[in-house]
Design a protein around this ligand. Structure first.
Ligand code: PMV
Length: 348
């Protein structure tokens, strides 16, 4: 299992006199990727085993970025970092006096473009760090709107699921922009495995849109089935009916495959997880590369499934336990998330 311990350590603050720190964790979508774009419900869980840390020092001089991908003036950051630069610019212009720039350092162990929320988590961490540096307490909705500005730079027209999920400390139910907590009746022992292939969310979303335009009846029915599976799984998760949740995951994977967003590497990892004893397994996120998520009956089985997935060729594997409602401690993936914020509005 990858450790996020290095990200929890005190900021190295190389060259920063007084950095402000923001953090955010990864996420996995359990149900509803793609169908959520069309207003159907989705369920996501935090994945704090992977995380981003951003350090910010405000300046009136030239802005600079230090990251694994690029170190240098912000104005010359590569196109790939556009969402990060967009998050910083959005936060600076919303929260700081005109003319303010920043020295920004980003460290992340969330693999990019694997459906684990890397771009939204980087944006969330950067925005939290700027808010901290500016002495501004952002509401959850204000932070969400700023993350969405960066997500639009990353994905075009994101549903908002990722921007909500990377700030969540509990499983969440998302529909048409609204979120609420989804209390679990039993802990979820999950295994997430990376095919090692970059996911192509934007391309996959565009392909589903084209498919829907060309064949509204069948594609609409498939998107509707994904929504119905999320609906049913919401109830199954509440009562802890894990075999039913696993079966719904298997069916969701099959429907996502029909929609054209799976691939042989995802199919292979999902089958390997089932053969190793998973109750269910499916791709997670946009697909066409990226990761699978498998539901294990218990912690030991999760370790066994993780071993099987490594032997099947997964580039990385994480196990996580999402506690049942009564066990939620209040610690979680996102910084600046207090208990009031965690009582997400029950609008869905
Ligand atoms: O690949 P990810 O983790 O960014 O997830 C995308 C989820 C989609 O439903 C495919 C797109 C969206 O905007 O919700």
């Amino acid at each position: 299992m990858t450790s996020s311990a290095s990200l929890d350590a005190p900021a190295p603050a190389r060259g920063f006199a007084h950095p402000a720190i923001g953090r955010a964790g990864g996420k996995a979508i359990l149900f509803g990727e793609h169908s959520v774009v069309y207003g159907h419900p989705a369920i996501a869980v935090p994945l704090p085993e992977v995380a981003v840390r951003a350090a910010v020092q405000l300046t009136t001089g030239a802005g600079r970025l230090r990251s694994a991908l690029y170190t240098g003036p912000l104005t010359r950051a590569p196109q790939r970092l556009l969402p990060t630069v967009t998050a910083l610019d959005a936060a600076l212009s919303a929260l700081c006096p005109p003319g303010t720039s920043a020295l920004l350092e980003v460290e992340s162990d969330i693999p990019a473009e694997r459906g684990l929320g890397s771009s939204a988590a980087v944006a969330a961490a950067v925005i939290s760090a700027v808010a901290e540096a500016a002495g501004v307490a952002l509401s959850r909705d204000e932070r969400f709107e700023l993350i969405q500005i960066a997500e639009r730079a990353a994905h075009g027209r994101p549903s908002g699921l990722d921007a909500r999920a990377v700030c969540a400390t509990q499983p969440l139910w998302f529909q048409a922009g609204a979120v609420r907590d989804l209390p679990l009746g039993a802990p979820l022992h999950l295994v997430v495995a990376d095919t090692g292939v970059r996911g192509r969310t934007g391309e996959a979303v565009a392909a589903v849109r084209e498919r829907l335009a060309a064949d509204p009846h069948d594609t609409g029915a498939q998107l509707g089935e994904l929504g119905a599976l999320a609906d049913a799984a919401g109830a199954q998760l509440r009562v802890g009916d894990l075999p039913a949740v696993g079966a719904a995951m298997d069916r969701a994977h099959a429907v996502l495959d029909l929609l054209g967003v799976s691939d042989p590497a995802l199919d292979r990892l999902a089958s390997a997880a089932r053969q190793a004893g998973a109750l269910g397994a499916k791709l997670t996120g946009g697909g066409r590369g990226g990761c699978v998520v498998a539901l294990a009956p218990g912690r030991d089985e999760a370790d066994r499934i993780a071993g099987a997935l490594r032997r099947t060729g997964a580039a990385a594997v994480w196990t996580t336990t999402v506690p049942r409602a009564a066990e939620v401690s209040g610690t979680g993936a996102a910084e600046h998330t207090d208990s009031a914020e965690r009582a997400v509005e029950a609008t869905a």
